[in-house]
Write a protein that binds this ligand. Structure first.
Ligand SMILES: NC(=O)c1ccc[n+]([C@@H]2O[C@H](COP(=O)([O-])OP(=O)(O)OC[C@H]3O[C@@H](n4cnc5c(N)ncnc54)[C@H](OP(=O)(O)O)[C@@H]3O)[C@@H](O)[C@H]2O)c1
Length: 238
């Protein structure tokens, strides 16, 4: 997630909600092993958001995971409870329900391709499972059941999987001239391209989908949804 976007969003939200004694700060870690020291040396910390590349690596350092974060295997929100000198950390994933909420009310195709196999891919898979949408992942390197290579995206596959979700960082600022290597010329007006990337708002992936009359959506609504859900989790900690 864009670090400065989160800081602005949460700090403006604290002001709007009248929580003037709270604030949101950025902490850069050189390595995830610095995480316990960060929490111990900042007793004022009540919650944290976690961004790339630590959403999966942070899990061994947490005391507890909620069921969604546990089944996805990635955490983007942490609640820190302190009582009697003890610290208890609980991990959540708000990317998955944030993505799910962003699809609300849409008439979606029944089969999807998820481009990428990282933490965001797992969050999207969690949501598609809840929507009974069958999916296959597409990877540059991994192989296995339900994982295709980009070279395997034949006309038949592209026509059978009209919902295509980009969960890779390809096309994200400043690499705006790149996009996932799918055969864009095979897209039609029946396709729906969803890009989790939101900066720029119109990626090359989205532009190429539009040029083939596909329906498109960027990651902004998901970004707002996951932040709002994190906010509610932080609020539960006083
Ligand atoms: N809108 C939102 O609220 C929201 C929320 C979460 C994440 N995101 C965005 O989603 C993207 C991925 O996040 P993530 O946490 O899943 O990252 P990640 O763990 O680094 O995974 C991205 C996956 O994409 C593939 N990949 C990486 N670089 C690539 C490239 N140059 N070209 C093609 N494929 C590439 C890799 O899969 P293979 O090696 O298998 O190909 C990798 O596992 C980021 O841009 C992030 O900002 C947006």
């Amino acid at each position: 997630m864009d670090h400065s976007w989160s800081a602005n969003w949460f700090n403006e939200k604290f002001i709007r909600e009248g929580d003037l004694n709270k604030s949101y700060h950025l902490f850069q870690l050189q390595d995830i092993s610095e995480f316990p020291g960060l929490i111990a040396s900042h007793p004022e910390l009540r919650g944290l958001n976690v961004t790339i590349p630590y959403k999966e690596k942070v899990i061994p350092f947490l005391d507890e995971l909620d069921s969604t974060a546990g089944s996805i295997g990635a955490v983007n929100t942490i609640l820190i409870e302190r009582a009697g000198g003890k610290i208890h950390t609980r991990g959540f994933n708000t990317d998955a329900p944030g993505f799910l909420q962003s699809l609300s009310g849409l008439d979606l195709p029944g089969q999807a391709l998820i481009l990428g196999t990282g933490g965001a891919s797992k969050a999207v898979a969690w949501a598609l499972t809840r929507l009974n949408i069958r999916f296959a992942c597409v990877s540059r390197q991994k192989r296995g059941k339900d994982i295709l290579s980009y070279q395997e995206l034949t006309p038949d596959i592209i026509s059978r999987y009209p919902f295509i979700v980009n969960t890779t960082p390809a096309g994200m600022y400043p690499e705006v001239d790149t996009c996932p290597s799918i055969p864009y010329h095979l897209l039609t007006g029946n396709h729906f391209l969803y890009d989790l990337v939101y900066n720029p708002g119109e990626t090359l992936f989205i532009k190429q989908g539009k040029s083939m009359n596909a329906m498109t959506m960027n990651g902004l609504q998901m970004l707002f949804n996951q932040a709002e859900l994190s906010w509610k989790i932080f609020l539960s900690n006083g």
